[in-house]
Design a protein around this ligand. Structure first.
Ligand SMILES: C[S@@+](CC[C@H](N)C(=O)[O-])C[C@H]1O[C@@H](n2cnc3c(N)ncnc32)[C@H](O)[C@@H]1O
Length: 285
């Protein structure tokens, strides 16, 4: 079958199964499969796909038609210009989280550090920890309550890092006897922050396939912040930073939690590209 005919078939199949932006969706899967650019897809629209390529494309399309997110279908996504392995054990990294990483790197660069020591709480596929470790010389602890998520993060570290700059910790930060490493220069986290009752209103792809453990922020969505702020206050060195991603409308609550802890100064907010307050960064006194 010609490439253009396969694309037409895939688009129609996805459309009939109620997938929005069916054409883009089919293209995304075909581009991944053929490992080519969009322009070469159009330049080569009349080439024939091999039986193997065609079969793989049919399988991809059928999975996507069941509302499996495209990143789980292909098994990868991009974050901070790096390719990350993802599967149903980890949340798919979102572009706004790159702002969290960029903000943290910018702050660390203003301080005359030896090798900074960083803790990423709720690392998932390791996107924050690994993109930090590829951008600056540092030692990172990547922590998650899900050992399945950590296995994905370990695979990503093996693929993307030359040196052993990331160590992995499987722990629940809500456990009372939980202790963090000491003298950290940065604690960074994108914790689960979707209010519990909002999960049922999320798009089907998210609601049915992404781990609820990575989404559910409790009744008001801010369940994790008091523990993170408290734990970080004991673990950061004086002058170290706490950097947190927050959901829409949560910034004020999180700034209050940080302020009331009493251990932080210079509590600042960074907006995302849509103008939404997205990152809160504070300095340990
Ligand atoms: C919103 S996801 C963030 C994933 C990734 N860091 C990112 O930014 O794309 C939150 C992560 O927190 C982890 N998590 C949930 N509850 C936790 C807990 N009690 N202790 C530690 N990690 C937890 C989840 O498994 C999930 O990987």
């Amino acid at each position: 079958m010609e490439l253009s005919k396969a694309l037409e078939w895939g688009t129609k199949y996805l459309h009939e199964h109620g997938i929005e932006n069916a054409r883009e969706g089919a293209e995304y899967l075909l581009l991944d499969l053929l490992n080519c650019s969009r322009s070469s897809l159009y330049l080569n629209h009349n080439i024939s796909l091999s039986t193997k390529e065609l079969f793989s494309f049919f399988c991809f399309i059928r999975e996507r038609a069941r509302y499996v997110p495209p990143q789980y279908v292909t098994g990868k996504t991009w974050f901070s210009s790096l390719p990350f392995i993802v599967n149903e054990n980890v949340m798919i990294p979102r572009p706004e989280t790159e702002i969290l990483v960029e903000t943290a790197i910018e702050r660390l660069s203003t301080i005359d550090y030896r090798l900074p020591t960083i803790l990423d709480i709720g690392t998932g596929c390791g996107n924050i920890a690994i993109s930090l470790a590829t951008s600056i010389s540092c030692q990172v602890y990547a922590l998650d309550v899900s050992c399945h998520a950590l296995n994905v993060a370990k695979e990503n570290a093996k693929e993307l890092l030359d040196v052993d700059s990331v160590a992995f910790i499987c722990k629940d930060i809500l456990e009372s006897e939980f202790k963090l490493p000491k003298n950290l220069d940065l604690v960074i986290s994108n914790p689960p922050y979707v209010p519990h009752d909002d999960i049922k209103g999320l798009p089907r792809e998210v609601r049915e396939y992404e781990p609820h453990m990575a989404l559910d922020g409790g009744k008001d969505g801010v369940k994790f912040y008091p523990s993170i702020v408290y734990l970080a206050s004991g673990a950061l060195s004086s002058g170290g930073y706490l950097a947190l991603e927050v959901g829409i409308g949560q910034a004020e609550k999180v700034r209050k939690i940080i302020f009331e802890n009493g251990s932080y100064q210079q509590i600042e907010t960074v907006n995302d590209y849509a103008g939404i307050e997205r990152v809160i960064i504070a300095k340990k006194k």
